[in-house]
Design a binder for this molecule. Structure first.
Ligand SMILES: [Cu+2]
Length: 498
């Protein structure tokens, strides 16, 4: 944890202890495993808070029976710190940014996968990467049922399998971690490419690597149809580099990534935290890159998808490192609410659960993590009433367009926030062109889009919202709000614990 407590006989007194800054670090894996069968959850904020008084009594010396021998009992200072946390009404606090766990270029051990920035590859590495891509594309024709073939692996994302899409849900990050690895394994199945790794595209630089314009990374043609409404043969396409860069800037993708990495809690797409911002940045990245990438049904056929998603995995690992969430229990300590999604359902088509996929993969390194974050924060729209709170000093306001019925919208859409008719912000929502046929989409039919904007940009101005479905001639650029389920608008100032 961020402030790992020293041996129990030597704890310092911690002023104003918080859960994220101190308390979560007290409980070891053994403590958590030992108490879980007794119905005492020591792995989450909610669990420790619920059992706090009991934990305090059971561990207080002399005489408290916990932890059992041979584990050391709590020191007097540790008990004092814990009691102070209870008396102060269980402050959640924020994690201390932590950088040490997976620093930079650890020397690759045998079999380790060092994933590099796509711009930093040597001529030899580029040659091998091309051979690997060409190799799995060639399998499409020579061995159409080989699971390492490009069409087969890309097809997992949506067509023709239709089942596995995991977006805007808790499983989004772990599911895509397995997916990136599966693709990398496919590349490694090609003779001579056994040690190849997938490089990442650092999208926040707003630069398109030159390599993306070279075959086989510039374009892919599927060996067969990809589903209703798509041309046969199906060939991927994307916007030109200048348009992509302009779109990335317009959607403020780097800003959302920065916001994501500063979050102390994992959160969710609906409520905030890391997930809110990283999924937003991901969606905006897809729509910015277009045209194939904009459509969830076929996005993974564009070779750029793999460099793009390798980077989201790098950012997930970066954030995990910052908040001390690279182990399962470290990660769990950043969760709110129900954590059962970690164990069930499994991440189809693989057999692993999210709990298996969340811990940092021991053999994966990124040449550089994005951990240059000064301080972490926990700013939310609502806070427990028993806590004192303050209004975040930067006076950012959260404008939420709520209850957008995405099932009525034919594909990925963009929501624009206008002040006096002029665009102040825009964000995308990434989905298939026929969301009404997607089981995950149907479960989450009503979705929000959140804008975090400076109060001064919107104060006293006439605000409005527009939905657009880019590049869909049939419905036109402007999509009527009445057909999108008559969404409503919410605005609130962001709060933080005082
Ligand atoms: Cu994606």
């Amino acid at each position: 944890m961020s402030t790992p407590p020293p041996p129990a006989d030597n704890d310092p007194v911690v002023p104003n202890p918080t859960y994220m800054g101190y308390i979560r670090g007290i409980f070891t894996q053994d403590d958590i495993d030992h108490m879980a069968p007794k119905g005492v959850d020591l792995s989450t904020y909610a669990g420790v808070k619920k059992n706090a008084i009991n934990v305090y009594i059971q561990t207080l010396q002399p005489g408290g029976p916990m932890p059992p021998a041979p584990y050391p009992k709590w020191s007097a200072n540790r008990s004092l710190n814990f009691k102070a946390w209870i008396v102060d009404k269980y402050p959640l606090g924020t994690a201390e940014p932590h950088f040490a766990a997976f620093d930079a270029v650890a020397a690759p051990t045998a079999g380790a996968r060092l994933r590099k920035d796509v711009n930093s590859l040597s001529a030899d590495e580029i040659k091998t990467l091309k051979a690997a891509f060409q190799g799995i594309i060639a399998l499409d024709a020579s061995q159409p049922n080989n699971p390492n073939g490009y069409y087969q692996v890309a097809g997992i994302h949506w067509f023709p399998t239709d089942l596995y899409c995991q977006h805007h849900v808790q499983q989004y990050n772990p599911w895509h971690r397995l997916y990136v690895r599966t693709f990398e394994d496919a590349l490694r199945s090609i003779p001579g490419c056994e040690n190849v790794t997938l490089p990442y595209w650092d999208i926040a630089t707003y630069q398109l690597p030159q390599l993306f314009s070279e075959p086989p990374f510039n374009q892919y043609t599927a060996p067969q149809g990809v589903g209703n409404g798509y041309p046969v043969p199906f060939a991927t396409s994307r916007y030109d580099d200048a348009t992509i860069v302009q779109n990335l800037r317009g959607n403020d993708v780097a800003g959302s990534i920065r916001d994501a990495l500063q979050q102390s809690r994992f959160g969710s797409y609906e409520t905030g935290g890391f997930q809110k911002f990283i999924i937003q940045a991901h969606d905006d990245g897809h729509v910015s890159t277009g045209r194939t990438m904009r459509d969830q049904g076929v996005a993974s056929f564009d070779p750029i998808f793999w460099f793009f998603h390798c980077n989201w995995d790098r950012l997930f690992l970066s954030w995990q490192t910052l908040v001390n969430g690279t182990t399962l229990n470290g990660f769990k300590s950043t969760l709110d609410g129900d954590t059962s999604w970690l164990d069930f359902p499994q991440l189809q088509p693989w057999t692993q659960s999210s709990a298996d996929a969340v811990p940092a993969e021991p053999d994966v390194r990124y040449a550089q993590l994005a951990t240059e974050v000064q301080a972490l924060q926990h700013r939310v729209g609502s806070i427990d009433a028993f806590r004192s709170f303050s209004i975040a000093p930067s006076s950012r306001v959260s404008v939420r367009v709520k209850n957008i019925n995405r099932l009525n919208i034919p594909g990925t859409f963009v929501v624009k926030l206008l002040a006096d008719g002029e665009e102040v912000a825009r964000h995308a929502f990434f989905q298939p062109s026929t969301p009404e046929k997607c089981p995950t989409c149907k479960e989450h039919g009503l979705v929000p889009i959140d804008f975090h904007v400076d109060l001064e940009k919107v104060q006293g101005r006439k605000m409005s919202v527009a939905i657009e479905v880019p590049d869909q001639e049939e419905v036109g650029a402007a999509f009527p709000l009445s057909q999108a389920g008559n969404p409503t608008i919410n605005a609130r100032l962001l709060l933080e614990e005082a």
